[in-house]
Design a protein around this ligand. Structure first.
Ligand SMILES: [Cu+2]
Length: 201
């Protein structure tokens, strides 16, 4: 009885102590458990951060939809503008028809015309043929180093007496006002290959 009882008591005490130890260890585990929830606490923080981008995405999409709407009106405007410009162009053509009067023209006697060759390209007077209105004044400028003339008529038939510049020195000019409509051929007495024409309408 005594030995068995002592052993039983001792075992009971030891078992109790073991339970206490286990209980304490579990308690410690429970205490450490709350520490874990503390860690998850930061988790909610990133969550709002993720929501922010979603709002930004929505904000970006909104402007994208507004821009196309703004472009649409812009495209409509250009369509209307050309329609308005076309009538304007027609008006300009009409004005040009009424303002076709060419009251002046400039003709150059280019460098090198004292040597034959310019006649091949009708370039002895530039332009070799000009069209002006009645009452217009044509001015010839000698841009060559040699002297030339601007004489009405043709090399074949000679001067017709309508106008004659006589010798025009390098850098000098000659002008004639045409009071009557008609075609006026002219040439250079010094260099008969040089020919030109003034058409007066
Ligand atoms: Cu000449």
């Amino acid at each position: 009885m005594t030995a068995a009882d002592k052993f039983g008591i001792a075992f009971s005490i030891g078992f109790t102590v073991a339970l206490i130890v286990i209980a304490l260890s579990l308690g410690a585990a429970d205490k450490s458990a709350p520490a874990t929830p503390v860690a998850p606490a930061p988790m909610p923080v990133p969550a709002p951060v993720e929501e922010a981008p979603e709002e930004e995405m929505i904000v970006e999409e909104a402007p994208m939809e507004e821009i196309p709407e703004e472009e649409a009106p812009i495209e409509e405007t250009p369509e209307e503008v050309p329609t308005e410009e076309e009538p304007v162009m027609e008006e300009e053509h009409t004005e040009e028809e009424h303002s076709e009067m060419v009251m002046s023209a400039d003709v150059s006697i280019p460098e090198g015309t004292s040597t034959p060759g310019c006649e091949a390209d009708n370039a002895c007077y530039i332009e070799s043929e000009v069209t002006v209105s009645v009452g217009a004044t044509v001015t010839w400028t000698n841009d060559d180093t040699a002297a030339h003339t601007v004489t009405s008529g043709t090399p074949t038939d000679g001067p017709d007496g309508v106008f004659d510049s006589s010798i025009v020195m390098s850098g000098a000019t000659f002008e004639h006002t045409f009071e009557e409509a008609g075609d006026y051929d002219y040439f250079c007495i010094v260099h008969p290959w040089m020919t030109g024409k003034v058409i007066v309408e």
